[in-house]
Structure formats: C-alpha cells, structure tokens
Design a protein around this ligand. Structure first.
Ligand code: SAH
Length: 245
C-alpha cells in the first residue's frame, strides 16, 4: 500500500534543480472540497506537487476542481487514503501544523523555521507536513505522531487560518527556501550515519513499548496520566535512526 502511495505521489515532481525535497502535504479529514482544491492551487504555485488526502469528506467533488483552477493536475494526482498511518508510514520526518498551543508543549517552529528545517534534511528524507480538520484541527494523537509542530504566529484575537491558506503559507516558505542559492544541495553538514526510522516502524516500537510497560506494571493503562505522551515526545526529540530502533 505504501509502495503504491509512493508511486502515485512521486509523479510529476518539480525540477530537482529547484526543489529536491520530497515534501508530502497531508490533509487530514478535510471537510470542504473547496479547501482541497485551494490547497492544490496553493501547492502548485509554489512548485509542490505531492498531495495526500486522509479520508476526505465529500470527495471527489466539482467544487474541488473549481477551486484548484490551473492546478487540477495536482488534484487529480492526489492520493486518497483511509488512515494517517498509510499516508505517512514511509516518512521519517513528520511535521504537524497547529492553530494553537496544546497542553503538552512540543518542539515548535514558525513556517520559515520549518522550511529551514526541511532544507537541512538529508536529500533522501521523506517528509510529511500534516494539516488538520477545518473545525477542530489535528487531534492530540495526530500531533503526538509529529517530530515538530508549526504555528504561524497569527493574532491572539483569531489564530485560525483557513486550511488552504495555511497550506499556502507553508508552501510559500518552502518555495522561498528552495530559491535560495544552494538550496538544491543538502545543507546538512554533519549527516547522520544511519537513515532515520520510518513512521510505521516507530509506531510499532511505541505499541511494543506501551504493552511492555503495562506488562511489567510500570504504569496502569487505566490511569496512564501523561506517561506515554511524554515518552512519545522524548523519542520524537531524539528521532531514532533505523539501527537504534
Ligand atoms: N479550530 C481549529 C483550527 C483548524 S484550521 C483548531 O483550533 O485547531 C485548519 C488547519 O489549518 C489546522 O489544523 C492547521 O493545519 C492549519 N492552520 C490554521 N491556522 C494555523 C496557524 N496559525 N498555524 C499553523 N497552521 C494553521
């Protein structure tokens, strides 16, 4: 399934001379098809083409194509999947966008720093940027799958961007970074000796860890408090490589 996804989402990539990063824009349960079309347009104008839709509502729908305008090719090439696991399973850097601060703080950057981070990755990294539902954003479980959170510093009076506009801002910053001289070559000066672990492998590790900690009665699964969340944050900060895993 993930192989299928790769084949589908890697079609029609922009010229590697300008943008060599494999960034996948993942919309989780978008409810308005117009926003899906708007996101496709936002991406194409910034030379980003990999769009993945996780269980979109009302899709396909002509309203998506209207809003995509000249970016119908990006829309038509979009991959529709049922779960976030399938959307990001093969990715090794997961970035989640959020309109507001969450209860447990996570490593947090703005959109510009996010683009810098993407461009400091090894060229072979597979990177996903997650966008949440129009009404409720990404849930805690989804945000806890991420290495990094991105918040566009919007007004305290109203922090919530329209979904497609959030995609535009993130895409714009990636575009600006890609146009800086030398952006197409990896800027990572001290490359790690092992590839980073994929999201699906890390997920298996977390299931196993949680089960083992429950088995040895290190914690009570009925009253987990924040233990598993804090362990997730710890390992997200560490970013395990394949050998460590
Ligand atoms: N009411 C929701 C807002 C959802 S807006 C909430 O409080 O979370 C839909 C999506 O647009 C968000 O999930 C996020 O992906 C993106 N988005 C909206 N505002 C953003 C902001 N200020 N910074 C980063 N992403 C934002």
């Amino acid at each position: 399934m993930v192989d299928d996804l790769n084949t589908q989402v890697n079609n029609d990539k922009p010229s590697p001379a300008v943008d060599s990063r494999d960034v996948r824009m993942v919309l989780v349960n978008p409810s308005h098809p117009g926003n899906v079309g708007g996101a496709a347009r936002a991406m194409k104008t910034m030379a980003i083409t990999q769009l993945v839709l996780v269980a979109p509502k009302d899709y396909p729908d002509p309203r998506a194509a209207w809003r995509a305008a000249g970016a119908r090719d990006v829309l038509e090439a979009a991959t529709v999947v049922e779960t976030l696991d399938v959307a990001i399973g093969d990715c090794d850097l997961i970035i989640g966008t959020s309109a507001r601060e969450r209860r447990i703080p996570w490593p947090l950057v703005d959109a510009r720093e996010c683009a810098d981070r993407v461009y400091s990755e090894p060229a072979q990294s597979k990177i996903a940027i997650l966008f949440g539902r129009e009404d409720s954003g990404l849930n805690n479980e989804e945000l806890q799958r991420c290495h990094l959170h991105v918040h566009v510093p919007t007004s305290d009076a109203y922090s919530s961007l329209n979904l497609a506009m959030a995609v535009q801002i993130l895409s714009y910053e990636l575009r600006m970074r890609s146009l800086q001289s030398g952006a197409a070559t990896p800027v990572s000066e001290d490359p790690w000796d092992e590839p980073f672990a994929s999201a699906e492998d890390v997920e298996r590790f977390h299931s196993h860890l949680a089960q083992t900690l429950a088995d040895i009665e290190f914690f009570d699964p009925d009253k987990p408090k924040q233990l598993l969340t804090r362990l997730r944050r710890l390992f997200a900060r560490v970013r395990l490589d394949q050998m460590e895993l």
